[in-house]
Design a protein around this ligand. Structure first.
Ligand code: TNX
Length: 515
């Protein structure tokens, strides 16, 4: 090793030994890759950067943005990385190739050898996902922005694609509000682990967080409260659009949730006419839920819902709108089903697809609906039996708001405590064993915000459990197991430190690992 390093130094110092310098032996033993890729093979020689190294990129702007990101990562090195689409050696390339060679739209091939560092996908999304792997292949010093004089990237070939098409996280901005910048910070972090859906829980009893121009009091009044009054606020439509666009730049789709008919106190406090008795409720700062409902019998309720969905749909390029539908304990079953059926038609009118918590199955669903499983497999199973697809968010494994241990400073415990190992050691494919895999769209990690109010809090609860979920969502079952993950996560602490992520240092990672 020392000898190799010595040779490398000599080669870097003397231009004359160009030939040798192109053959730097490397190994991939030290790499820390999360989510673990599908196929990885080691190459004999790594890619050595020098003054002559060029960058080549597809002309699509999204791919050029990735090439630019790469160039900027190397700005503290002596390598100018001039763009040049004519060379075929000593080049870093970002390419779009045919879907025959990379069938999955999010798949990619990262090939690194002494001649080339090439990243290819059949779509810009694929190249972007591959870029996240490349970032993990790059040395920590580079990510930390340190000045470095020599750079060799280990030789390897990675062929990768996701297991599930839906890999999400939910952030509750209703119980406590989070600013646009805080949400963008989270989007940056999600992207690193190849997550592709950000579900925003925009409304609840404690607050209404999205401007609806035709019903301005929703945010004027409904946006002014929060749990304990600690973090009120709302997004203007411009704010929301900027979150959506930012997420899109990272190939993450925003899924807005307007929870109904329950969890609606903030709306009921803003507009008296939405209540059956015509009287506005009081703003609510507590944590208990299940006491509110829109008035199912009134026409104005549906005019309201339609206006909200119309405005939300117009600002949301993604196909999904989440209708909530959970814990509507003061709406009779009959009313609940009548209400949802009317709302389902409104969502279809605006050409969007319905997602709802598993309870929505009772209103009648089909293969165009998605039920989000959180509490009762029997409920979600009834949705699946009707042909709906499912997103898995089993609270005991995936609720990021559950405390790690009883001593965690923030979080709830109603579904138990969820340590880093129990968030990871389960099989998404086993929850609904008897349904065709095609009905399981993917997984999502919800972060409810009753007890949290800052980016530090978000990160403390999300990291590292979210990273484990990202692996369950992306990686093939044959490639991952707890022992391998535990080892990788331990080593990944350094990267999270560099990125400034406020993660929970779990004692379960400290246990002795078999050699
Ligand atoms: C249940 S999960 C809820 C939320 C709470 C959460 C707290 C779901 C559909 N409803 O209203 O915030 O528990 O963990």
């Amino acid at each position: 090793m020392a000898f190799r390093f010595f040779m490398l130094l000599i080669c870097i110092s003397f231009f004359s030994c160009k030939k040798e310098k192109n053959l730097v032996s490397t190994n991939i033993d030290k790499l820390v890759l999360i989510p673990i890729p599908d196929q990885i093979v080691e190459e004999d020689y790594g890619f050595l950067f020098d003054q002559e190294t060029r960058v080549m990129s597809d002309t699509l702007p999204e791919v050029q943005a990735i090439a630019t990101q790469f160039k900027s990562l190397l700005k503290q090195t002596p390598f100018p990385l001039i763009l040049d689409n004519e060379v075929d050696e000593n080049v870093v390339s970002f390419n779009i190739v045919s879907s025959d060679s990379i069938p999955s739209p999010e798949g990619y091939v990262l090939a690194i050898n002494n001649k080339r560092l090439s990243l290819a996908g059949s779509t810009p999304t694929g190249v972007f996902r591959g870029m996240q792997t490349l970032l993990q292949v790059l040395p920590d010093a580079l990510i930390a922005g340190k000045q470095i004089d020599s750079l060799v990237i280990p030789g390897l070939k990675i062929i990768d694609e996701p297991q599930y098409e839906y890999r999400g996280m939910m952030l509750d901005v209703a119980r406590h509000f989070f600013t646009v910048d805080e949400v963008k910070r989270l989007i940056d972090q999600m992207a690193l682990y190849k997550l592709n859906k950000l579900h925003l829980h925009l409304t609840d009893d404690q607050g209404w967080r999205i401007e609806i121009k035709s019903w301005p009091k929703l945010t004027e009044i409904g946006g002014s409260s929060s749990v304990r009054g600690e973090r009120p606020g709302f997004y203007t439509q411009e704010d929301y659009k900027s979150i959506v666009a930012y997420a899109q730049s990272k190939f993450i789709t925003v899924i807005p949730e307007i929870d109904m008919p329950g969890h609606t106190n903030a709306a009921l406090a803003s507009y008296p006419e939405l209540n059956c008795n015509g009287k506005a409720t009081k703003l609510y700062r507590g944590m208990r839920v299940g006491f509110s409902t829109l008035c199912v019998d009134k026409d104005i309720t549906y005019a309201f819902v339609e206006d909200v969905i119309k405005e939300i749909a117009a600002m949301t390029p993604g196909t999904y709108i989440h209708l909530g539908g959970d814990e509507s304990h003061v709406t009779s079953k009959k009313d609940y089903n009548i209400f949802l059926n009317k709302v389902f038609s409104i969502v279809k009118k605006y050409k969007k697809q319905v997602i709802g918590w598993e309870e929505i199955e009772s209103a009648g669903v089909d293969s165009t609906y998605i039920v989000q499983h959180w509490q009762r497999t029997t409920t979600a199973s009834r949705g699946l039996a009707q042909g709906a697809k499912v997103i898995l968010s089993p609270a005991k494994r995936m609720y990021l708001d559950m405390k790690y241990t009883k001593k965690s400073p923030v979080g709830l415990t109603w579904a138990g405590t969820v340590e880093v190992d129990s968030a990871y050691i389960w099989k998404p494919s086993q929850i609904f064993k008897d349904v065709p895999p095609s009905q399981v769209l993917g997984i999502e990690s919800p972060l409810w915000s009753e007890t949290i109010k800052s980016s530090d809090d978000i990160e403390y609860l999300a990291f590292p459990r979210l990273i484990g979920h990202a692996e369950l969502g992306w990686s093939k079952r044959k490639n991952y197991n707890w022992d391998s993950y535990k080892l990788r996560l331990n080593k990944h602490y350094n990267r999270m430190n560099i990125l400034g992520i406020n993660y929970y240092k779990s004692p379960v990672l400290k246990t002795k690992i078999k050699p």
